[in-house]
Structures are given as structure tokens and as C-alpha cells.
Write a protein that binds this ligand. Structure first.
Ligand code: FAD
Length: 370
């Protein structure tokens, strides 16, 4: 939608085909921090700065690290940073509202892309074929149906599985948990387990219990058709942790789901193919530890749009976009892979602390350098 919006602003027609039936078809996932140089930059280019400021939660940028006994080992409650949190559904709403009617076609699940003899492409949705399109941009996530046209790679399981849970109305119903998490997010590590809990808008907490396990472990271990049983089983996994941390799981609502974390290889790239490209997770899905995925996807969109708008030759614009994007994602993809590899190691907490400190130093250095 970011790409479609910037193209529309510049008089280039674009249609978004989305498999979900409507905007409220499913919860969109956890809160995001939008970075100044990527997510926020894209929204500025999309002319949506004012709308962004209305949904940005600068007050929720805090970060705390606990050990499994509930001891606070690091706290950063500073809310003066430039990485405000936004809820995914609120972000999607502002993009959706900015597009002309009909620019997003809901309930369209892409099955396959067909190359036509004239060099353009047709898109198959069920039995229906739509086209021709000059440029097909696969912005369809980790399991992209567009990617096979340019690349043979598929994301690999990282070894980490997240079990997602959520706590509603936390300030009124669970004040002690609200206090524990504070304004932002907490991380906890110990005994080969870890937990991240983040504050979303509307007094909602979203948590991830993190395990290094085989890819089918969650489906074998939990009965997700019975939230009460899944919750009880999850609590068993955290036996020996401080009661106030286990209480986070006990307070969860019934939305308990497993997310096996997958990633494409660092440096994933493909030879340019005229009329087809990828952005976001379709191009470079990575583990979520760096909090870069949405930011990188939105920057891809803004950069592809910029090249298309500025170029005389749109095929050259796509080539340039790809070259720059392949370079640009090397660093975040490397960092994300490193974080996934060290998470839950025998010295996990120590490594996380080191990582957080390095990051803080880097940010301070960047701020000093202006
Ligand atoms: C547990 C977890 C936590 C995360 N936390 C963060 C975070 O804090 N910060 C951050 O920046 N990133 C985070 N990420 C990563 C982030 O979610 C992704 O990088 C980001 O959503 C990628 O955006 P995208 O638009 O490329 O793909 P997606 O968000 O996956 O969007 C793809 C869209 O395409 C649609 N689609 C898919 N297939 C088809 C089809 N065949 N036909 C039509 N439509 C289709 C989907 O329905 C979806 O709407 C997290 C990821 C996970 C798993």
C-alpha cells in the first residue's frame, strides 16, 4: 500500500491485490517501532506525516530486561527517542484511507503469475485471469507466490518458535502486570527460554514466549483449538520462573498462536527479470529480533516508487532499485540472523545485555554525529 500510495500521488496507476477478505479479517500482529530513516521516511514521502503523528506512541519507547527470577537487569524508560510505536492495524488504516476507492482489491488470492508473449504479465486468481500488467511487484510476504519467477530460494526455519499471547485491558484488570511491563517492552531470558512482552495501544499487551525447538514442536505440544489447555501447557514450560512473569501467561486471552520463525539467506538476490520484482519479506524475510521487517519493507516501497517516478526508463528504475535494496538489507539481515543465533544460548542473557549496550552506544554515536 505504501508503494501504491506514492505511485498514485505521482499519477502512476497501481492496484493492490490482497487475499484477505476485508480489513478486519484477522488481527494484524504486534506493535511496531517505525524508524526515522525508513518507516517514517516512507510515510513522509507518502504525504502521511500528520496522520502518522496521530497514531504514533512516542510515550511507549521504553525497554526493560529481567532475569527469570524477576530481577530487573536493565531499564531504559527514556521516551525521547525517535522510534515511536504504532499499531499495525492503525498503520494499515491510514494507508488504506489514502488510496482511491478500488485501489485495494480484497479477497484476491494470487495463485500464479503468467508471462505473456508481449512481455507483460497476467495474474491468476482462482479460475480468473487478470491483466496485462507491465510490472508485478511481489509484496506478498514470506511465502510469496511471485518470488518463484525470479528466485528458487524459500525461507528456512530458524530453529526458533514464538508462541504469541495477549492480555486485554491490562491497566484496569492487571495493574501489577501493567507496572511490570511499563511503557514499552520487556525481555526476559533464562533456562533456555525467553519471553518478550510489548505494550500495544488500548491497554493491550502482546507477548511472545520463545523456544529453540524443532519446527513441528508447537503443533505436537499444544492444543490450539483449546485456549485453556494451550495456556496451561505454556505455563508448564515456564516452571521455576518468578510468579509475576508466569502471571503474564496466566492472564492471556484466548488468542494463543504459534509462529515458526523463518528467514531467507543473508544476501538473497536474483538476476533482474523485466516486469517482475519483490519487496519486503518476499525479498528478504528475516528473524524479527532487529525490529526491521516492516521498516525495511516500507523503505523498499518508497525507494522503488522514487526510482519509478524519476526514471525515463522504468525497467532501468527497477534494476537500480534491486541493486540498492540487495546492498541495503545486508546489514539488518546479518544482525537479525546473529540475534536469532545467540537468542537462548547458554549465556543468552549476557549476550543480550552486550547487544543492547552496543546498540545504545551506536545510537548515541549516531546522535552525536548528527
Ligand atoms: C512474531 C513477529 C514479530 C515481528 N515484529 C516486528 C517488529 O516489531 N518490527 C518490525 O519492523 N517487523 C516485525 N516483524 C516482521 C514484519 O512483520 C514483517 O517484516 C513485515 O510484516 C513484512 O511486510 P510485508 O508487507 O513484506 O509482508 P506481510 O506483512 O507478510 O504482508 C503480505 C501481505 O500479502 C498478503 N498475501 C500473501 N500471499 C498472498 C497471495 N497469494 N495473494 C494475495 N495476497 C497475499 C498477506 O495477506 C499480507 O497482507 C515481526 C514478525 C514476526 C513473525
Amino acid at each position: 500500500m505504501t508503494l501504491a500510495r506514492i505511485l498514485h500521488l505521482n499519477g502512476i496507476a497501481a492496484t493492490v491485490f490482497e487475499r484477505e477478505e476485508h480489513a478486519l479479517a484477522r488481527p494484524q500482529g504486534g506493535t511496531l517501532d517505525l524508524h526515522a530513516e525508513s518507516g517514517q521516511l516512507a510515510l513522509r514521502r507518502a504525504g502521511l506525516e500528520k496522520e502518522f503523528l496521530r497514531i504514533a506512541r512516542y510515550e511507549d519507547q521504553g525497554s526493560r530486561l529481567y532475569d527469570k527470577d524477576g530481577r530487573l537487569v536493565l531499564a531504559d524508560d527514556d521516551d525521547s527517542g525517535d522510534r515511536p510505536e504504532v499499531d499495525r492495524s492503525a498503520l494499515r488504516d491510514i494507508l488504506l484511507a489514502s488510496l482511491p476507492a478500488g485501489a485495494v482489491q480484497w479477497g484476491r488470492e494470487l495463485r500464479e503469475v503468467y508471462a505473456r508473449p508481449d512481455g507483460a504479465y497476467d495474474l491468476a486468481f482462482g479460475a480468473e485471469l487478470l491483466g496485462p500488467f507491465d510490472l508485478v511487484v511481489g509484496a506478498d510476504g514470506a511465502w510469496s507466490r511471485v518470488r518463484p519467477l525470479v528466485s528458487r530460494y524459500r525461507p528456512q526455519y530458524s530453529g526458533l518458535t514464538f508462541i504469541e499471547f495477549g492480555i486485554d485491558d491490562v491497566d484496569a484488570s492487571h495493574p501489577a502486570l501493567s507496572e511490570l511491563v511499563g511503557r514499552g517492552k520487556i525481555g526476559v531470558e533464562g533456562d533456555g527460554r525467553s519471553m518478550i512482552v510489548q505494550r500495544n495501544a488500548n491497554a493491550h499487551l502482546r507477548g511472545y514466549a520463545i523456544f529453540r525447538v524443532p519446527a513441528d514442536w508447537a503443533q505436537r505440544t499444544f492444543d490450539f483449538t483449546s485456549p485453556a489447555s494451550a495456556r496451561a501447557r505454556l505455563i508448564v514450560e515456564f516452571e521455576g520462573w518468578a510468579p509475576e512473569l508466569v502471571a503474564l501467561i496466566a492472564a492471556s486471552n484466548d488468542h494463543i498462536v504459534a509462529r515458526a520463525i523463518h528467514a531467507l539467506p543473508i544476501g538473497h538476490h536474483w538476476p533482474n527479470r523485466v516486469g517482475v520484482t519483490l519487496l519486503g519479506d518476499a525479498a528478504h524475510v528475516m528473524s524479527p529480533f532487529g525490529g526491521e521487517g516492516v521498516n525495511a519493507a516500507m523503505l523498499d516501497a518508497a525507494e522503488l516508487a522514487r526510482h519509478l517516478v524519476e526514471a525515463d526508463d522504468w525497467t532501468q528504475a527497477v534494476r537500480l532499485y534491486e541493486q540498492e535494496m540487495f546492498e541495503r538489507v545486508m546489514e539488518p539481515a546479518t544482525n537479525a540472523a546473529e540475534a536469532a543465533a545467540t537468542e537462548l544460548s547458554h549465556i543468552g542473557l549476557e549476550l543480550t545485555l552486550e547487544h543492547v549496550r552496543q546498540h545504545a552506544e551506536m545510537r548515541a554515536e549516531m546522535a552525536r554525529a548528527g
